[in-house]
Every structure is written in C-alpha cells, then in structure tokens.
Design a protein around this ligand. Structure first.
Ligand SMILES: *Cc1c(COP(=O)(O)O)cnc(C)c1O
Length: 423
C-alpha cells in the first residue's frame, strides 16, 4: 500500500470531504483551520490535552480479553477496547476536550453542539462545566424523548438543551440547527461537532483527537497477544458518523495484515428501507458541508433513517470512511436491530458488561466473525460506550421476555447460541 496521507490541504479524502459552506461560515472555518494548524503542533496544547485525557477522562482505557465470550463462540479471541469506562461513558469526551481547549485559546466563551444519543451533548456539557464555557446543545425532539436521562444530565451540568422539531427530529436536523446558530453567532461561538463529519477541518480534527484510541491499542495488543509486534487480525467498530471507528482505524491503516471492519446499522434489514447504512446503501452527495455517501432518493432528498440506537441514526457518514471504502482498506457490513439487541443481552450475561446499543452492533459482528476464525486469531472490538442510557429502550423493545444464553434456563451452553427466553 502507498503511504496514506489524507486529507490534502483542502480537506479532500480522494473525491470526498472538502468544504461546502456558505459565505458567512467560510470566515469561521478559515479561523478554525488556522487555529488547529497552529495548536496541533503546540507543545503546551498537546501537554494539556494529554493531561486531561489522563486525569479527567481516566485514560488509557483498558483492552479486555473477553475470554468467556471467545470460548463460547469457539473461534477467534475477542478483545474489547473499553471506551465505555471513560468519564461520561463513551469515546465522545476525547474529542470534546480537544475542541474545548481550542475554543478557550480562540477566545470563544460560547459553545454549541448537536447530539443524537445525547452522549456528545453530555460530553460537551461536561467539558463546558469544567472550563466555565456557556453551552447550548441542539437535539432532535425524538431523541430528547428516547434519551431522557442524558437530557437531564446535560441540564444538571448547566447546559441549555434545545429540542429540534424540524425534519425527522433526529441527529441530522440537530446538526442543521446548530449550523444555523453558528452562522448567526460566529464572533463569540465555537461549534463542537461530535463526529468525523462536517466541513474541513472537522473530519480530520475529530479523527486526530479520537486517534488516541487506536494508538493505545497498538501499544496494548502485543502484550495480550504475547509477541512484541503482533496486532489483531481484525479491528471492528460501529459507524454512525464514524468517529469511534476512525479513532481506532486510523493508527491501524499501515498495518496491512489487520482488517478494518465498520459496522453500520442495518435496522430492520439492509433491503427493508429502514436502516442507517449510508456506505452500503447510499450514493455520493453533499451533506453538512462535505461530500460523502448519503442516503438519498432519486431527487437527492435525504431519506429518513432508522436504527434502534440513536447514535447510529444518521443519513451520512464521515468522508474518510467513504474513501477507505472506495480504497477497500476498510470493509463495511450491516447488523440489524435484532442482532444488536441479542449481542447486547449476550454481553451482559457472558461478560458482565452493559454495552451501548451502538457498540452492540460491533459486538454482534465480532460474534459472527469469530466463529469463522481459528482460536489463535484475534479480533479487537471498539466498545465505544456503556449502555446505561439505553436500558429504557431495551426494556421497551425486549420487554420482560428477553434474549439470553441457554445457561440462564439451566441448560448447557452450545456454541454461544442465543435463544429466546420466556419467563
Ligand atoms: C455517538 C456514539 C456512536 C456513534 O458515533 P460515531 O461518531 O460513529 O462514533 C457510537 N457509540 C457510542 C457509544 C456513541 O455515543
């Protein structure tokens, strides 16, 4: 493989990415580009970022060998990168710290953000509380309902949560609304985007801040695998906008023997029309300031997406994923709502970990794939967040009759098969 050096100076990942913004925003974008270009190499900025990651977030997050799950699948060894153990419960905080440190240095006292599952909103509200910045979070009103504990958390942290009633009332509409606020308030406001989307430099900048995940894994995996140079055969992560996936993928791009697999939400099935699989079922188009794969109809209208997990419910995807898909350096697959829920329940019972529904998509694919591999091979899964925020959704969908391993009915475990559990 040729050396991988993307994006170019204009923010292009091949034919994706770039900068599609209005006149009013181009000044703010230029200002941000210059600030990031300067501070990303500033030793004091780097020192403060690393200090916060260690002392406020609790990094490095561990890599955990899910030995029981691996044994029950009967194939590859499965390892979990525990981003769920970060302060605020997900990978999102890595990025919000980086951007909030930039906001402080750029003299912007007001921060705005969009949020889907509420995790980015909570991470932003948290860091704004810590640094004494004003915080306004835009959130689709559908998400406000299905993620009410996170809404309350943001309020506790002193943020203003603005429910967005336009469109599908989910993440993409919250993003539109936040962009509108930014246009009106560029002088005093910093927009913290929560994923590797948006106009350049956001996809690159968010990726850089999240790359701490993959960098740590490259140090941690050889210790688990017992050889100084050994890395996993596959790295798997769920893809909404794609930030936890880019964070773990990017440092692994030069490791050609490590397959990179992104898991999109297949909802009720990739051919059901009710999913959020932008790479697998989308077409190139422009969304939220960059060129990428977008779920759209023949007239270029955005199609309403569906996923049981609010954090994956986005009709676009970070432009670097579009490029990695075209380059075939990363592969993209789908996991349905039901498969993700099964994996969610399985991980609770088999390993004592309540994972986010988003992360459960990655776990589900790892479970499928492990069965096809040898026991001396390994899979690293990015467990992007914890599932406490999802227990209401899970209770609604699964009810009292949920899925679990046969052993919870007193039967023997056969190959980790997940069966229906009736009380
Ligand atoms: C937000 C979120 C995601 C999806 O966002 P990406 O940018 O694709 O990472 C995945 N998992 C968790 C736990 C999240 O909070």
């Amino acid at each position: 493989m040729k050396p991988y050096a993307y994006p170019d100076a204009a923010g292009h990942f091949g034919k994706y990415g770039g900068n599609f913004v209005s006149e009013t925003l181009s000044f703010a974008i230029e200002e941000l580009k210059e600030a990031y270009a300067h501070y990303q190499n500033d030793p004091e900025f780097i020192r403060e970022f690393n200090y916060e990651l260690a002392h406020f977030v609790g990094r490095p997050s561990p890599v955990y060998h899910a030995a029981r799950m691996s044994r029950e699948m009967g194939g590859a060894q499965i390892y979990l990168k525990r981003e769920d153990l970060n302060h605020t419960g997900a990978h999102k905080i890595n990025n919000t710290i980086g951007q909030a440190l930039l906001a402080k240095r750029m003299g912007k006292p007001r921060v705005i953000a969009e949020t889907g599952a509420g995790q980015h909103g909570v991470a932003t509200a948290t860091i704004c509380a810590r640094y004494g910045l004003e915080c306004v979070v835009y959130m689709g009103s559908v998400d406000v309902k299905r993620q009410s504990p996170n809404v309350y958390r943001m309020k506790l942290l002193g943020a203003t949560v603005v429910p967005v009633e336009s469109g599908s009332k989910t993440l993409k509409d919250a993003l539109n609304e936040a962009m509108r606020d930014w246009v009106a308030n560029v002088d005093n406001t910093f927009y913290i985007i929560g994923t590797v989307a948006g106009p350049h430099p956001y996809p690159m900048m968010v990726r850089d801040f999240q790359s701490i995940i993959g960098k740590e894994c490259i140090e941690q995996m050889p210790k688990h695998l017992g050889k100084a140079e050994k890395q996993p055969d596959a790295v798997i992560a769920c893809v909404g906008g794609g930030s936890n996936a880019m964070g773990i993928f990017h440092p692994y791009i030069p490791f050609e023997n490590t397959r990179l697999i992104g898991v999109e939400a297949a909802g009720e099935g990739l051919d059901s029309g009710k999913h959020s699989a932008s790479i697998q079922r989308g077409q190139p188009g422009v969304l939220h300031g960059n060129r990428t794969y977008v779920l759209q109809d023949d007239n270029g209208q955005i199609i309403e997406t569906h996923s049981v997990s609010a954090g994956l419910d986005y009709p676009g995807v970070g432009p670097e994923h579009a490029w990695l898909a075209d380059l075939k350096r990363a592969e993209y697959v789908g996991i349905t709502d039901k498969e993700a829920l099964d994996a969610f329940h399985y991980l609770c019972r088999a390993e004592g970990i309540i994972a986010a529904l988003e992360s459960s998509h990655a776990v589900a694919h790892a479970m499928k794939m492990a069965k096809t591999m040898r026991t001396d091979q390994s899979i690293l899964v990015n467990l992007s967040g914890r599932g406490d925020k999802d227990i209401g959704t899970v209770a609604d969908v699964s009810g009292a009759d949920f899925y679990c391993r046969p052993s919870c009915r007193g039967e023997s475990v056969k190959g980790g098969q997940v069966v229906e559990f009736k009380r």
